[in-house]
Design a protein around this ligand. Structure first.
Ligand code: URA
Length: 436
């Protein structure tokens, strides 16, 4: 079947068989199928969806488009965590050293910014000298010696996802259950892991805006994991407002370090501890989530997790200076405060609007070849439920220029709502979709 016929069949709601998809993906990778046909196929999947069987087949084809890592005889469970993507979601950064310092092995292969959401790799690469382009050898060495690494996909690891991910970002083809499932699971299964905990984001700033959509994605991730023989555990968590205060690259690293110092914002700190606990339960290191949380908190309180983070970063060439302002991370030349105009309680802090404003500042990508500015970003000085009075700082904009700061301030003007009545703080964990 030609590429054209595959696209047409999916466009018309047909069910593709594994051989048809395998030939199509192979053509995309060899260059025989041009980007515009690959993009059309991805959009047809967004619009028509896929059956569970097609989703599993696509995941397998993407996984088999490259090599798979192997870690023989590690002295502890090899697990990972992934997020479906959010604004200010820096959890992977403090979570990896917590997990690694407690006996798990975590080969964290992460992504770059996608749509209005940030990417773990872009954040980490704001650390001077830090490289995430580790080859297979280095990933294996680093996981064995330090319990984990932060790595980009290598050229040989799931090349189909690398290509599809960039095209989806460019053509608004991200919001699709089968594409998200196949993208995440092909990457995670290529790590050779024994299980994965996935944080399924739900709300205005997530790719799944409704609880129904997030549950569908969570269920599809778990079902595809089961079909492929790897336990996948999901947690549905809120993404209506940004997670934590910082949204940007270097400023999110700074906030991640604060989490490891035990001084991070409550929402991001508690979610990090919770997801670490889920990993400890999955790996058999804790009998319950409460026990797992206690293990994670001890790793933070003892300083072990921070020490492990510094070791992992240094092993990847990163230079963090604990004595320098902001740990020596790059700083933007322009800082601007956006003040509140009204008195009351913050009732809305729109994660998507904040994410788009950061992307507009240069902290994310509009085209796949764009470079990101590591220093720019937005610090949310108030969160939903906080009391505000006229003149109180709502946002702190870190921009490359005064014009950039003006544009971000205009975008942020529509990002908040204020209510005269007290507003409850937003819940972080919405749903755990599996028993136990
Ligand atoms: N993260 C991924 O790796 N892929 C997606 O499609 C969405 C989030």
């Amino acid at each position: 079947m030609s590429a054209y016929d595959v696209i047409r069949k999916k466009r018309d709601g047909g069910v593709l068989d594994e051989d048809e998809m395998r030939a199509f993906v192979a053509g995309c990778l060899s260059g025989e199928v041009p980007d515009y046909q690959a993009s059309a196929f991805l959009m047809a999947v967004v619009l028509r969806g896929m059956t569970p069987g097609e989703t599993v087949a696509l995941t397998r084809i993407m996984l088999e488009s490259g090599r798979t890592l192997r870690f023989d005889a590690l002295p502890g469970p090899l697990l990972d965590k992934h997020s479906t993507g959010g604004v200010g979601d820096k959890v992977s950064i403090p979570l990896l050293p917590i997990a690694a310092s407690c006996g798990l092995f975590v080969p964290m292969i992460s992504g770059r910014s996608l749509g209005h959401t940030g990417g773990t790799l872009d954040k980490l690469e704001s650390i001077p000298g830090m490289t995430t382009a580790l080859g297979e050898e280095a990933i294996s060495r680093q996981v064995r010696s330090h319990g984990g690494c932060f790595a980009a996909q290598t050229a040989d690891l799931v090349p189909a996802d690398r290509m599809f991910y960039a095209l989806r970002d460019a053509v608004a083809a991200v919001e699709s259950v089968p594409l998200i499932v196949s993208s995440i699971l092909s990457k995670k299964l290529a790590e050779g892991i024994a299980g994965v905990v996935i944080d399924v984001k739900c709300g205005r700033g997530a790719f799944m805006e409704t609880i129904g959509g997030a549950r569908e994605l969570a269920g599809a991730l778990e079902a595809a994991g089961e079909a492929m023989g790897v336990p996948v555990k999901t947690l549905v968590t809120a993404m209506d407002e940004p997670l934590g205060a910082a949204v940007g690259n270097a400023i999110e690293i700074e906030e991640s370090i604060r989490v490891l110092e035990g001084r991070g914002p409550a929402d991001v700190a508690s979610l990090t501890v919770r997801l670490a606990a889920e990993m400890f339960v999955l790996g058999g290191l804790a009998p319950s989530v409460a026990d797992g949380e206690a293990i994670a908190r001890r790793a933070i309180d003892s300083g072990r997790a921070l020490e492990r983070f510094e070791r992992i970063v240094a092993a990847q060439g990163g230079r963090l200076d604990p004595g320098a302002p902001r740990f020596g991370l790059p700083a933007a030349p322009v800082t601007r405060i956006v003040p509140a105009a009204e008195r009351g309680y913050l009732s809305r802090l729109d994660a998507r609007a904040v994410g788009e404003a950061v992307r507009g500042l240069g902290g994310g990508r509009l085209r796949r070849e764009d470079a990101v500015d590591p220093a720019v970003g937005i610090v949310c000085r108030k969160k939903t439920g906080d009391a505000v009075a006229p003149g109180d700082p709502l946002f702190e904009i870190h921009a490359a220029s005064a014009e950039g700061a003006d544009a971000a301030a205009r975008r942020l003007a529509r990002a908040t709502g204020v209510s005269a009545e007290p507003v409850p703080r937003a819940r972080v964990v919405l749903d755990r979709t599996y028993p136990g």
